[in-house]
Design a protein around this ligand. Structure first.
Ligand code: NAD
Length: 409
């Protein structure tokens, strides 16, 4: 294929050269002078777009230099990236391209940016968002052996545009990577949260290092190796479904105790506090969501599942109770329905139902079909609105809201 590359910097040049090595022809344009034995360097965006099938854009989305992390940033006011360069380049590329061509943006942007800033400006050609998970030092290798290919489209469906890009990558990639096709916004999220997961992981293991230094008698490697090999829960797809918050007799309590430890050891920061704070605000957000619907429709609130997890009687650290606590803050006393806690209740009136339990998600790892079978604790009266934070429940007779899925269905 004939490929155009706009922005042949740290990411763009090694990628453009890797594409040439796979037998394609690449023309590259950059505002800085560049040299390559493989990529034909051209002197304008127009030339980079001329007579090409696909044009990639890998120009910077810079931050204020004060925000790059080499000096403290936590005290600075949070700021978005700057999109001026991407805007300028896309507007110009759009002028020189037509519907037979595909314009592909690689640059990293925050969720919502593509739809808000760029899509309205791309009128002449076809467009997809395709962020890269590439690390400096191994750009060319990462390019042809990616963990996944993300392709963002308008509605998250595999359009012909996405298919064209996948077909192209099939000629370039060496590891037969999985392809994730989502909305622009979903792919923006995958990219930035992928990086944030890494930052969180590094912060956590380095926290154990700090604890070792302060506590004594600890080799951080013994601790992190044990955790790294915990493939049942920690290093696994477990706990990767968004839903109700962490609960039970141990986790919330342990975090609270660890806040005390952070103080005692003088760590100077308290990630546990941030985690517990987020857990509470997330519960309050969910409660407000229920209360708003209950107010609007004049319905009571039922919390389907009171124990901290399905099919047990324990109320310790129950996130259902925490959500109920916040419902009460907004003047709604919920009714709990859970036969395992003795809260047998058969509602006769419709209401707003929070489906707090999902046995299939909670117990999937056991492989036990009975334990992992979802269970309805009551009949849901017709006219109810069901809010399911696990996005599993379907009904022909009641409205169901899959909390966390805001795609237009
Ligand atoms: N470097 C990485 O490992 C990496 C990984 C994933 C994503 N990204 C994202 O890719 C984008 C590019 O990153 P990078 O590291 O290659 O940055 P970079 O600064 O090394 O390269 C960008 C290039 O674009 C050029 N450029 C600037 N304005 C231009 C214009 N108007 N027309 C044409 N070229 C122009 C610059 O001269 C530069 O050579 C960023 O959004 C970054 O977040 C980078």
């Amino acid at each position: 294929m004939n490929i155009g590359y706009i922005g042949i910097g740290k990411l763009g040049m090694p990628c453009a050269e890797a594409i040439v090595e796979k037998g394609h022809t690449v023309k590259g344009y950059d505002i800085q002078s560049c040299e390559s034995d493989l990529v034909e360097i051209v002197s304008s965006i127009k030339d980079a777009c001329h007579d090409t099938d696909i044009v990639f854009v890998a120009v910077p989305t810079p931050h204020d230099p004060a925000y790059d992390g080499r000096a403290p940033t936590a005290h600075l006011e949070p700021k978005d990236f700057s999109y001026d360069i991407v805007n300028e380049v896309l507007i110009e590329a759009n002028q020189h391209m037509d519907k037979d061509q595909l314009l592909v943006l690689i640059s990293t942007v925050l969720p919502g940016t593509v739809r808000r800033e760029f899509v309205p400006k791309i009128t002449n050609t076809r467009f997809v968002y395709n962020p890269y998970l590439i690390a400096m030092g191994s750009v060319a290798w990462d390019m042809i052996n990616p963990e996944m290919i993300m392709i963002g489209t308008e509605d998250g469906l595999e359009t012909g545009d996405a298919k064209q890009l996948i077909d192209f990558y099939n000629t370039v990639m060496e590891n037969n990577p999985r392809c994730v096709i989502g909305t622009y916004d979903e792919c923006e999220c995958i990219k930035v949260f992928y990086n944030t997961f890494i930052s969180t992981k590094v912060s956590l293991v380095n926290m154990i290092q700090d604890v070792a230094m302060q506590q004594g008698n600890i080799n951080v490697d013994v601790v992190t190796d044990a955790l790294a090999q915990s493939t049942m829960r920690i290093m696994s797809p477990q706990y990767m479904t968004a839903g109700m918050g962490d609960g039970g007799a141990c986790h919330p309590r342990d975090n609270i105790a660890l806040r005390y430890m952070a103080q005692e050891l003088n760590l100077g920061y308290d990630l546990f506090d941030a985690i517990m704070h987020a857990r509470e605000i997330q519960a309050e957000n969910l409660a407000k969501f229920l209360v708003d619907i209950a107010n609007e429709k004049n319905l009571p609130i039922y919390i389907h599942g009171k124990a901290y997890k399905p099919k047990v009687s324990y109320l310790d650290g129950s996130y259902s109770l925490l959500v109920g606590h916040y419902c009460e803050k907004y003047d709604f006393i919920p009714t709990y329905i859970d036969p395992y806690t003795g809260d047998d209740f058969q509602p006769e009136m419709p209401g707003v139902f929070l489906m707090a339990h999902s046995a299939s998600i909670t117990y999937e790892y056991t492989g036990n079909k009975n334990t992992a079978k979802d269970e309805l604790y009551c009949t849901i009266p017709v006219g109810s609105i069901v809010v399911d934070p696990w996005r599993k429940f379907e009904s022909k007779v009641n409205d169901v809201i899959h909390y966390g899925n805001t795609r237009k269905r």
